[in-house]
Design a protein around this ligand. Sequence first.
Ligand code: FE2
Length: 199
Amino acid sequence: MNENLRLKDRPDWVYLLREVYDFYRASPSGGSSKVHSHQRTTRKAISRIIKASPPLVFDPPEQKPVTVHLRRALDQGRRERHGSLIDTIASIAPQLSWRYGYDRMPKGLQKNYTYAEFTGPSGPVVTNETILGLVLFAPGTTYPAHAHNDITESYICLSGAVSENHQGVFASGSLIFNPPGHQHRITMSDREPALLAYA
Ligand SMILES: [Fe+2]
């Protein structure tokens, strides 16, 4: 393992972060000042990460049962306006370490869910600026209700269609905003996997 590896040494990761930045610039805020401010905050954090070129530390690549759906999710997402973001994800996908985020996994989720990080305190891009990553769900999955105290979260729907708290449907290209403490439960379409990016 190269202990001196930095972000700037891996252009594919720089392109990925720039594409996420561009999504947060191009996506509409729907007239919401809170969403607008979150989009700005996220962009600024990504800019600082790219400028600082932090260490890149890779865990061994790891698959989970649900990653058999990744190819389909990327193929579906590539047809959307954010197709170039999908291309950058596809280029680094073999390096991702897919994980579970639960000490005690809710029933049924083990086969249907996984996440992988791009940036955060535990890498691969080692930073405290913001956590960016992907979460992948099999068709028909329900992601149980949860809330993040003291954390503002957004999900970008990259592929598939999801509903949060049964309140509307977020199609591919949508941004879902979860303010700190907001309880949210996500349901996925029966027919297609869902790939979300989160910040
Ligand atoms: Fe969440």
